[in-house]
Design a protein around this ligand. Structure first.
Ligand code: FAD
Length: 400
């Protein structure tokens, strides 16, 4: 029978396995994952999990083994890919494949010079989150480095638990690349209102302590006492194991619009994949839950039936939860114009639209759950900027 191998046992990898069986594939499936855990969901790690919530696996071991008939090779990192022989090397074993999905995601960037210092963490895995949660349980004075989405969620969770929190952000305004200057400032206001001490435009000079972190020294001379330091300074695609494979690696595994890497039978999905998104006519690498899940399924179907491979096209979407509010973004943060069309940056609700040329390119909402997918639909249909504004106007008058 044919052999389907998936490397990376998280969201995209799991969806790949499920889609393979759903499409009727009856050959062997092997799921290889570096972490010892069954696939689990990451978004709760920086949210409810830090407040004591459980984190169940997506699927039980019986479902994966018996219903989906997958061989699980967990706690084992793949170390090499040979695209000529059609093999993956992992933990002293060689796995031959006819179809392969690469779903190794991304790993958190770490703070330089903090190796071995207790109390300094990143937040990417269940084990990371467990360590951060224990520190919060113990009442840690918390310093978060980086006011991106994950750092902001950690700050929010720590405030909810009554901890003193300082965020140190090197840029003058947080989230500029993600949502632009004005809206980055609007999101930053949520921190200040919740009592988080947000310091922008200042870097970390050193993280110091005897074995365990004691203080963070900033480039402006400030010294912050700290028992817990969480670095939320971004993630890098986990492609180290693909060195020498011949695949094109450029901030991720470069793929065409069908998630095909160019090597026979080899597709990529999720945070590790930089693919050509036909909806926007450009290559993108997203670190968003929804696209990772969808790409896992598409990559599996395409890998198993390349003759009818279908493109994966999407309007990027992500959400983030801060201080009981939900931030949602769809599209791309185009900078030709950003206009607040509802609510205000200082309040509990707003909608901002992003223009690229004469097109509606993106939308950001704070507590706008009933609207955001409408904007996603408009962007998917290639709506003009004026259509976006008209839609917002109708929403406003309907609400009055
Ligand atoms: P990952 O989830 O990164 O999984 C990759 C897996 O591959 C890992 O288990 C890794 O150990 C394994 N691996 C790596 N290298 C190897 C190797 N060589 N061999 C074998 N296995 C390997 N998105 C949103 O849209 N909204 C949110 O609110 C949100 N919150 C988040 C909060 C946190 C704390 C984090 C970390 C992410 C969040 N995300 C959120 C992003 C979302 O979780 C990711 O987009 C998604 O997990 C990507 O799935 P993936 O399967 O591509 O990669």
């Amino acid at each position: 029978g044919r052999r389907f191998v998936v490397v990376g046992a998280s969201l995209a990898g799991l969806r790949a396995v499920e889609a393979a069986r759903k499409s009727g594939f009856d050959g062997s499936i092997t799921l290889i994952g570096a972490e010892p855990h069954l696939p689990y969901d990451r978004p709760p790690l920086s949210k409810a999990f830090l407040d004591g919530a459980d984190l169940p696996a997506f699927r039980g071991e019986e479902v994966l083994r018996d219903e989906l008939g997958a061989e699980l090779v967990l706690g084992t990192a793949a170390t090499a890919l040979d695209t000529t022989a059609g093999t993956v090397h992992a933990g002293e074993r060689e796995f031959g494949y006819d179809a392969l999905v690469i779903a190794t995601g991304a790993r958190a960037r770490t703070l330089q010079g903090t190796d071995g210092l207790r109390g300094v963490h990143t937040l990417r895995t269940r084990d990371d989150a467990q360590a951060v949660r224990r520190a919060l349980d113990a009442g840690a004075r918390t310093v978060v480095v980086g006011a991106g989405f994950i750092g902001s969620e950690v700050a929010s969770a720590a405030r909810k638990r009554g901890r003193d929190v300082t965020i140190v952000e090197a840029l003058p305004t947080p989230l500029v690349r993600a949502v632009g200057q004005t809206m980055g400032a609007a999101c930053a206001a949520l921190h200040t209102r919740a009592g988080t001490d947000l310091r922008c435009g200042v870097g970390v000079e050193a993280v110091e302590g005897e074995g365990t972190v004691e203080r963070v020294r900033l480039t402006d001379g400030t010294v912050l006492a700290a028992d817990l330091v969480v670095a939320g300074i971004g993630a890098v695609p986990a492609t180290g194991w693909l060195a020498g494979s011949g695949l094109t690696l450029d901030d991720g595994v470069v793929c065409d619009e069908t998630l095909f890497t160019g090597a026979p039978g080899v597709y990529a999905a999720g945070d590790v994949a930089r693919w050509h998104n036909p909806m926007f006519g450009r290559h993108m690498r997203l670190e968003h839950w929804t696209s990772a899940a969808e790409q896992g399924a598409v990559a599996a179907r395409n890998a198993l039936d390349p003759a009818v491979a279908k493109p994966y096209s999407t309007v990027p979407y992500f959400w983030s939860d801060w201080y009981g509010s939900r931030i949602q973004f769809v599209g791309v943060p185009a900078t030709d114009e950003v206009r607040v069309v509802d609510g205000g940056p200082g309040g509990d609700h707003f909608v901002a639209l992003y223009r690229e040329g004469d097109r509606l390119a993106g939308a950001l909402t704070l507590n706008g759950q009933t609207q955001i997918m409408k904007y996603r639909g408009l962007i998917a249909r290639g709506a003009a900027w004026t259509q976006g504004l008209e839609f917002a106007g109708r929403r406003r008058s309907a609400a009055m």
